[in-house]
Design a protein around this ligand. Structure first.
Ligand code: GAL
Length: 382
């Protein structure tokens, strides 16, 4: 198999922001790295461990260099990065294209070349690059281009994750900056209406994003269950069906899969969902195609996403954003299969991992409120 290059598939990993905000330190980060490996997350593809905002001292040093928080990292950040690398993981860090990060720490504006060189010298593999406190004269397109140039100049392979929140029609220009992913929507919160509104925004831009530069719908809230110390992200939590729908949507819609819960406390249900290999395989499909959307006659709040996969299969996700269960039908005609061809489709259930046999002309399933069904389907010719 050919080695994947950075940006070929959506990145997968863990990020500190959703649960920990500014409340983390070297010990916690190293424990999270251990957990990612010991509990099988790395084996499923979650390879990046990303430190979000609040890892810095409030001021640069006399040479203008970034200084990691002395309180959080009393021995410097080097031993943490080494630990992460020794575990077989990759290390990510956060900065911002403005003069300050969103939480008020020094930003990279007009320090791009030297900050990129610092990151490369530390062994950083991933940079989440935010969009706060930009001088009003500066558009974000130029500043993302600048950091991309700076990172590429280091000669180190560093994934650039632009955190641009979906403003300024980012999907139309971000690919040309050299960024590998871009936040296509606003910040997520740990509740259903946030998941559904991010998805609705995304459904209006289905054709943007793909290999080389994937759209990022924000970190996952799966497994947070209303916990978390981040006032900007924490909320009442979601039901198991809602978390499943969230993960299935992010997988189908080509978003990075960046876990945001405390993996040390994840229960079996959370782990099974985050490690669902059928859904991960859809997300990581090497063709990286986008979905098309079909409406469901059963309910105005239900819809089907269909995504061609490499090798000839299709991913089919049926989603019900309504409160009540509904019976959703998928006429194969809408997928391009003529009734006269007598062509059938073989269904594999990606949530239960069961083979469901062959269906002709159409398929229907009961979908719970805020729930989904996801299948991998393949042509079956007698
Ligand atoms: C926001 C960003 C969040 C988080 C936060 C840190 O702009 O969307 O994901 O990184 O900044 O302050």
């Amino acid at each position: 198999m050919t080695q994947k290059r950075t940006g070929d598939v959506p990145p997968m990993g863990w990020n500190s922001w959703n649960t920990f905000y500014d409340k983390y330190d070297a010990g916690l980060i190293m424990e999270m790295a251990d957990t990612m490996v010991e509990r099988g997350y790395l084996d499923c593809g979650y390879q990046y461990l990303v430190l979000d905002d609040c890892w810095l001292e409030m001021e640069r040093d006399a040479q203008g260099k970034l200084v990691p928080s002395r309180e959080k990292f009393p021995e410097g950040i080097g031993p943490v990065i080494d630990h992460v690398h020794r575990k077989g993981l990759k290390f990510g860090i956060y900065e911002c294209c403005g003069v300050r990060t969103c939480a008020g720490y020094p930003g990279s504006f007009e320090h791009e070349m030297s900050d990129a060189a610092t990151f490369a010298s530390w062994g950083v593999d991933y940079l989440k690059y935010d969009n706060c406190h930009r001088p009003s004269s500066q558009g974000s397109e130029l500043l993302y281009r600048r950091m991309s140039f700076a990172l590429r100049s280091t000669g180190r392979d560093i994934l650039l994750a632009a955190c641009q929140w979906g403003t300024e029609e980012v999907g139309t220009w971000i690919r040309s900056t050299g960024a590998h992913t871009y936040r296509s929507t606003i910040d997520i919160r740990d509740r259903w209406d946030s998941i559904s509104s991010i998805t609705k925004e995304r459904l209006d831009h289905l054709s943007d994003g793909g290999p080389g530069c994937f759209n990022d719908m924000d970190m996952l809230v799966v497994g947070m269950n209303g916990s978390g110390s981040n006032p900007e992200t924490s909320a009442e939590g979601c039901t198991p069906d809602e978390y499943q729908t969230h993960f299935a949507l992010w997988a189908m819609l080509n978003s990075p899969l960046m876990i945001g819960c405390d993996l040390r406390k994840a229960d079996e249900g959370t782990r099974a969902l985050l490690q669902n290999r059928d859904l991960i395989a859809i997300n990581q499909d090497r063709e990286g195609r986008t979905c098309y959307k079909l409406t469901c006659t059963c309910s105005p709040t239900a819809f089907t996403l269909v995504r061609p996969l490499s090798g000839g299969d299709y991913a089919v996700g049926i989603f019900n954003f309504g409160e009540k269960p509904c019976m959703a039908g998928l006429p194969f005609w809408d997928m391009g299969i003529s009734a006269a061809s007598a062509e059938g489709l073989h269904f594999h259930d990606c949530l239960t991992h069961q083979d469901m046999g062959v269906y002709k002309e159409s398929f229907s399933a009961q979908i719970p409120g805020h729930g989904c069904r996801v299948y991998r389907v393949g042509a079956f010719t007698r």
